[in-house]
Design a protein around this ligand. Structure first.
Ligand code: NAG
Ligand code: NAG
Ligand code: NAG
Ligand code: NAG
Ligand code: NAG
Ligand code: NAG
Ligand code: NAG
Ligand code: NAG
Ligand code: ZN
Length: 591
């Protein structure tokens, strides 16, 4: 018998939008576009326009509630975010400067006259506002409020921070990553990830609208079926019948349809809530950005993600209750989280379609040395000789003697703890801090149990070390408080270089190097101070505008690399999926 000591879910913060206002702002402009007649954008206007890295400008709106320290902190977050997008996204070069015009509001936020007619020589202007909203737990909300009529790309938007939720009380490097994730999430909405624009996405090459049906499945998930996302998803899930990404169906109008579905995409950054430090910026979001039509990707590395990977069509079309896989769970016991990055419990959240999954308790993330912990949690970690930090993982422990005594000892009976680990040729070594001056390191072969002579418990090794070793995304020292971490590499603020922003650098950055000038074939982007090499998924190129050879899984089309679906080996047997949506049913019949 176990008593629930903590609350589930550990879903901290909700990403929100001010849906009604953004729709209103955009619908007027979109109504000028007669989509019925124009199956594509005007080729003539867009012909011959070059692409270039996006330049974002943040226009802060006055607010008396915000103090200098907070302002400085948010400025840092936005500056790193801006560099991140310049480094990864290109837009069609715009000729004239941007003017907001005499609209009074953007997404419901008032825009002062001084900014309405200001000329901005940028590609996207984001108004930054602040609220102190005690009554709700949203983190920030954002969206676009003005688009260009010739390529439908957002040029003005707003991001509104809820100061109540800003994780700056202890401005540590872990919380900086969480705030950066929020910022990147919100800016991606502003870049066009918003329901009202889905039907206007188009092919960047042919300029034809995709003609998306945007139907909903029987559980009211909107199905977003853009072509590149479909191709990479078929490959990821190993499912030929993938017809589109299921979007969130819960969380109210500010969440539903604007995010990926939690029960399928789990910890993807573009799902509707942030998950205690587990979020990943995966290839799904990068690929969707390239499906909008108004962006091209620059070279990127996305976080690796394992949720649902290679699970086949069952994962997508069967209910979680019919599947006995690692992603879902049904017992109410303490477990390691799905990605083994912390200790948690099996449970549901408000977005997970009644599916239970293994999440992390507040205070029990193995990778966050700065988290607030209760006295009991501190004692548990002390007693089990745990180490918390970015190189730690959740392991099961087996007590030599196990006696339940008092209720207050419940926590001490959790048979999970955090230990430092090292991967060597896809094998795990576990490192235990014996005392302040010495550590013991032991090899931890799959499925085996290892015992240390002077501690009262054994440790169960992971089942699949290869999977764990090839799916680490964290960066050393969380980018040293100077950058944003994606897949073990940081995008650094100005003045720093190195994979973890560990070095000072006055010049350009390229990989981990600091350079005075970029190589001749590279694009020296003075906006991000990075040397940009090739476009996204390109293996070798003449320039960022002209790829010569694509990475595996991608093919060259109009000088850029597009995801190519190779097909599943021996997929001749067409399975019939009982209980799946009508759409799939029709599709199979038609085939
Ligand atoms: C950009 O400006 C140049 C010179 O002012 C003009 O010739 C050209 O047509 C403009 N292009 C667009 C797309 O507006
Ligand atoms: C919000 O709540 C905090 C304490 O929970 C209180 O100190 C503060 O005055 C409140 N602020 C507003 C604007 O209501
Ligand atoms: C667009 O969709 C409609 C119905 O969904 C279909 O009749 C039409 O042929 C499609 N057009 C193109 C260009 O695919
Ligand atoms: C660890 O090392 C320090 C300094 O060398 C020493 O003062 C201390 O007693 C050592 N602690 C233990 C437990 O050996
Ligand atoms: C191991 O267990 C024994 C008996 O329960 C206890 O006396 C001892 O302190 C424990 N040792 C450690 C290192 O926890
Ligand atoms: C580890 O054990 C699990 C079941 O407990 C089994 O499925 C898996 O194949 C084992 N892995 C290895 C490498 O033996
Ligand atoms: C998706 O893959 C198919 C091959 O299965 C290919 O014909 C198609 O062009 C790909 N789509 C895109 C957008 O590249
Ligand atoms: C696919 O089929 C070929 C020949 O029919 C067979 O040799 C191969 O093992 C199959 N591959 C898989 C993954 O089942
Ligand atoms: Zn959101």
């Amino acid at each position: 018998m176990l008593i629930i000591i903590f609350f589930f879910p550990e879903i901290l913060l909700i990403y929100s939008q001010n849906q009604y206002s953004f729709n209103q702002d955009l619908e007027i402009q979109l109504s000028q576009l007669n989509r019925g007649k124009d199956r594509q954008l005007n080729q003539l206007i867009l012909d011959g326009i070059d692409w270039r890295p996006i330049q974002i400008y943040f226009q802060f709106l006055e607010n008396s509630e915000i103090n200098q320290e907070t302002l400085k902190y948010i400025t840092k977050i936005l500056e790193i975010s801006k560099i991140f997008f310049s480094k990864h996204l290109m837009v069609r070069k715009q000729n004239e400067s941007l003017i907001f015009g005499n609209k009074q509001a953007c997404g419901g936020i008032n825009i002062p006259e001084a900014f309405q007619f200001k000329e901005y020589n940028y590609d996207l202007v984001i108004f930054v506002s602040f609220q102190f909203d005690n009554s709700s737990n949203y983190f920030a909300y954002s969206g676009p409020c003005k688009i260009t009529i010739y390529d439908l790309r957002p040029t003005f938007g707003v991001i509104n921070w809820n100061l109540r939720q800003l994780l700056m009380k202890n401005a540590n490097s872990f919380n900086l990553q969480l705030n950066l994730q929020t910022s990147i999430h919100e800016i991606i909405h502003t870049l066009g990830f918003i329901e009202v624009l889905y039907q206007y996405y188009y092919d960047p090459q042919t300029l034809e609208f995709y003609n998306l049906t945007l139907e909903k499945d029987e559980n009211n998930h909107l199905i977003l079926s853009t072509p590149r996302l479909i191709n990479i998803s078929k490959e990821y899930y190993q499912c030929d019948h993938f017809i589109g990404a299921l979007m969130e169906n819960q969380g109210g109008e500010n969440s539903a349809s604007h995010h990926f579905e939690r029960s399928i995409y789990f910890n993807e950054l573009m799902t509707g809530t942030q998950m205690n430090g587990q979020s990943v910026l995966s290839q799904f979001t990068f690929t969707l950005l390239s499906d909008f039509g108004f962006y091209r990707l620059l070279k990127y590395k996305s976080d690796s993600m394992t949720y649902g990977k290679n699970r086949g069509c069952d994962f997508l079309f069967k209910s979680c209750k019919e599947q006995e896989i690692d992603e879902f769970c049904n017992q109410n016991e303490y477990t390691c989280s799905y990605d083994n990055s912390g200790i948690g419990k099996c449970g549901q959240d408000q977005l997970s379609d009644q599916c239970s999954y293994r999440s992390i308790f507040l205070g029990m993330n193995c990778k966050n040395p700065f988290q607030y912990q209760t006295q009991e949690q501190i004692e548990h970690f002390l007693k089990t000789k745990s180490t918390i930090g970015e190189n730690s993982l959740c392991f099961q422990i087996i007590y030599k003697e196990k006696k339940i005594q008092t209720l207050s000892e419940q926590l001490s009976l959790i048979d999970k703890s955090c230990y430092r680990f090292q991967c060597q040729d896809n094998e795990i070594n576990i490192i235990i801090q014996q005392n302040e001056n010495s550590t013991i390191q032991l090899h931890c072969p799959n499925n085996e149990t290892i015992t240390f002579s002077d501690i009262n418990f054994s440790i169960k090794c992971q089942e699949d070390s290869k999977k764990i070793c090839s799916n680490q995304n964290t960066c050393q020292n969380q980018c040293n408080f100077r950058g944003f971490c994606v897949n073990q590499q940081c995008t650094c603020q100005y003045g720093y270089s190195g994979y973890f922003c560990e070095n000072e650098c006055d010049g350009f950055r390229k990989e981990d190097k600091c350079l005075i000038t970029c190589d001749q074939q590279d694009y020296a982007d003075i906006n991000s101070m990075y040397c940009l090499t090739c476009s996204g998924n390109c293996k070798s190129c003449k320039s960022i505008f002209e790829c010569l050879e694509c990475e595996e899984g991608y093919h060259l089309k109009d000088k850029f690399c597009e995801p190519f679906y190779k097909g599943i080996e021996n997929s001749s047997q067409i399975k019939f999926y009982a209980g799946i949506s009508k759409l799939i049913f029709m599709l199979i019949i038609l085939i």
